[in-house]
Design a protein around this ligand. Sequence first.
Ligand code: GLU
Length: 552
Amino acid sequence: MDFEKLAELLFPEIDKTPDYYEELYPERGLPEGARVTRFAPSPTGYLHIGGLFSGLISKLTADVSGGNFYLRIEDTDKKREVEDGVSGIVKGLCDFGIDITEGVTGFETEAGNYGPYTQSKRAAIYQCFAKDLVKKGLAYPCFCTADEVQAIRDKQEAEGVLPGYYGEYAVCRSLSFDEIKANIDAGKPYVVRLKSQGSPDGKITFDDMIKGKIEMPQNIVDVVILKTDGIPTYHFAHCIDDHLMRTTHVVRGDEWISSVPTHIELFKACGFKVPKYAHIAPIMKLDDGNKRKLSKRKDPEAAVEFYSEQGFPKESVLEYLYTLANSNFEDWRRANKDATLSEFPFNLKKMSVSGALFDLMKFNDISKNVICVKDADWVLERTLSWAEQYDKEFFELFSADKAKAREILNIDRENPKPRKDLAKWSDVPEYVAYFYDEIYTPDFDVLPENINRADAVAVLRAYKDAFNIADDKDTWFGRMKDLCEPLGFTPNVKEYKANPDAYKGHIGDVSTIIRVALTSRTNTPDLYYIIKILGEAEVMKRIDSAISAWEK
Ligand code: GLU
């Protein structure tokens, strides 16, 4: 067979040779050890938390080595594509701290010298390399229809052998030039297949950066590299793109491990250096005691929109993804409380081999830790931008008096041990509700059972008489203590505990009475500041309502 002639017959319009592209996309000239990685999603318009995780791992792999990270869009499978499925992905990455400086940067936009970074725009490149494989006798056209391929599979199943288009079953391997030409002249559609050189007893081994050394049988299947429309399969596009974009480390989901033998054969057939692989296990979840993959269908937290809608700060999401990424991260964080995430020495080798467990409760706690150390302006700004998008009514209310909103968010915030009330911005409306008559519904029934309502009324009346809005914190607290004894309470908790029958309650109960009257809650941040923000008129009004409720 004259392979040159066959290549011309199949690809008459391809006039470039691989050398042209090798020169167009030269080695990146990075320092020794610098890694080039990518995130390569399909444009489904949906970013799974697992996608964000693998994008992050990929970026960190590059960042810690002083290398490059880029975003490539893999749109060769038109069935999975949605209209402008790109913007959502880029926004999702960017919202959670993964800025794209190379590759696809938005709908129809890109940056960098190794583009186009969208596979559907690279057809001529793939065809050039496919043509070269045909020239070398390492690829051939296959005219089998889907039914014929299925019939081969059925036969293999009956014979109990490995299914697939290979060896003696690969009927189009042995077509002559004239037969091929006649098929083409007759307008028969065809795919281009790799002519596998693998042997059934051969093995390949590779060192996965996460999973360790892996040995697998060689590929022997003549996989499709170009589909009937000239568009490559994932396998071929991966090989060409990662070579020409000079990727050094392919970081991707571990569902691709089974394809590595095919990929290694393709890299070798094209004469390319095989990149290093790092296969990430999927994020798992405990469901009724069983570990399973986080699922787009069952788990709302699988979509990154969930985090935006709920108003989790990107800092919390990132902090949590780091804990999933490297098991030593939490110890590092304890020892480096104020360090930025970029100071963490991320290591691919410390990733979980079997899949890190996603725990929403733990994530909430981490988010509370992240938020509690931020200042009120930081919290206010983010709460408002969340509310503007997801809770318009609250936005109107909360932004109407920003100084008040800031004061509310600042209560107890500057303490050495700040309270951990907020995990996400959607917690804020409920958290601040009692400061706003518009959304506050009093519920005086929350008064604890151990407090007698008549005693509570007496405390409120005495408190009203003693009240002075101008009091500083110590004077205010002093007044509360002074209320105790005449009403049968004690300012001294220890004393109460030693002799509970001698008192109606202690200072804590007195504050609870006032707290419930003013906020309908038994647990709030510092009552003194709440009173300052509510102001005298509102405090008096609420105390009067509580008195009438408890007097009934
Ligand atoms: N486009 C592939 C996917 O969405 C990416 C695999 C890879 O990263 O190589 O699964």
